[in-house]
Design a protein around this ligand. Structure first.
Ligand code: ATR
Length: 276
């Protein structure tokens, strides 16, 4: 029987997940479909129970439901439990709903595609301490990155993540700007200016170390002002698009046991978003 998958969120129409997963189904001759479903918060519980009854094989969860969905699931993967956020639900063979979070590991995969796996002991500066930042901090820690510093406008929020990880350091944005030369890898995870489309820089990159690697989790625009400034300083830049494609590919693998082609998907989406 044809399998079906979905992404739920509010809003949802901007999501690129349906096009991505449907293209993979077609490419891999998998008899399945993936649809966007607009679910306002007050309908979340009913939506989960409806999906269960109607036999969805799995679905993605986006803003604002990543944490709110947890009480309606039967099981949680360890990393999703630590993060307190779920972006992927799998219906198990026993009909149970299991929650995973593939955002952070998706980021690490995208980063390592660009820089390899040999830089896990390098000093990393994570900028931001919101929901997305939390996922990436936990995933980097779990994947063996040993030297993590989190800089945030509200230092207490960074300190909370450090305390929960049991490792790392929390600093202010001003301290980050001042000590920037000490870091080899930077990850921009704030939503500064995201809502208005008027991206602002969380701080100046004047003191960026030579040969630094700079990543951003925002993928539209492909090259954020932060990445542009880093590139001007000669940094290796890692755009957010790879994270988006890999989080989807890891979810796909949880659902179907196969890993789809991420390189051609990144190229296709890049073309759509106006990159080369
Ligand atoms: P998300 O789920 O996208 O991570 P979030 O949970 O609202 O969004 O987190 C937003 C992050 O961007 C936080 O780190 C926030 O800093 P605070 O913890 O101090 O609020 C950061 N942020 C948002 N606007 C910012 C701005 N103008 N300058 C610097 N940091 C900003």
């Amino acid at each position: 029987m044809k399998k079906w998958f979905a992404v739920i969120g509010d809003p949802i129409e901007h999501s690129k997940s349906p096009a991505m997963h449907n293209a993979w189904f077609e490419e891999m001759a998998i008899d399945a479909t993936y649809i966007p479903v607009h679910v306002p918060s007050e309908n979340l519980e009913a939506a989960v129970s409806g999906f269960k009854t109607l036999g969805a094989s799995g679905w993605n969860v986006t803003i604002p439901h990543k944490t709110a969905i947890i009480p309606y699931l039967d099981e949680l993967d360890q990393l999703a439990e630590k993060m307190g956020a779920v972006n992927t639900v799998v219906r198990t063979n026993e009909g149970k709903l299991k929650g995973y979070n593939t955002d952070g590991v998706g980021f690490v995969r995208s980063l390592e595609e660009a820089i390899g796996t040999s830089q896990k002991e390098k000093p990393v500066l994570l900028i931001g301490a919101g929901g997305a930042a939390r996922g990436i901090a936990f995933a980097m820690h779990q994947q063996g990155y040993t030297n993590l510093t989190i800089a945030n406008r509200t230092v207490a929020n960074a300190q909370t993540i450090v305390d929960e990880m049991g490792t790392g350091r929390a600093i202010s944005l001003a301290q980050a700007e001042e000590t920037l030369a000490d870091f080899s890898i930077l990850v921009q995870m704030t939503s500064a200016g995201l809502a208005t489309g008027n991206f602002s820089m969380p701080f100046s990159l004047d003191r960026l170390a030579k040969g630094a690697i700079v990543a951003d989790i925002v993928y539209n625009p492909l090259m954020t002002p932060f990445l542009q400034a880093a590139e001007e300083k000669g940094a290796t830049v890692v755009a957010g698009l790879g994270m988006f494609v890999h989080q989807g590919a890891i979810a796909f693998n949880y659902w179907l046991g196969e890993y789809p082609n991420t390189n051609s998907m990144i190229a296709q989406l890049k073309a759509q978003l106006g990159g080369q």
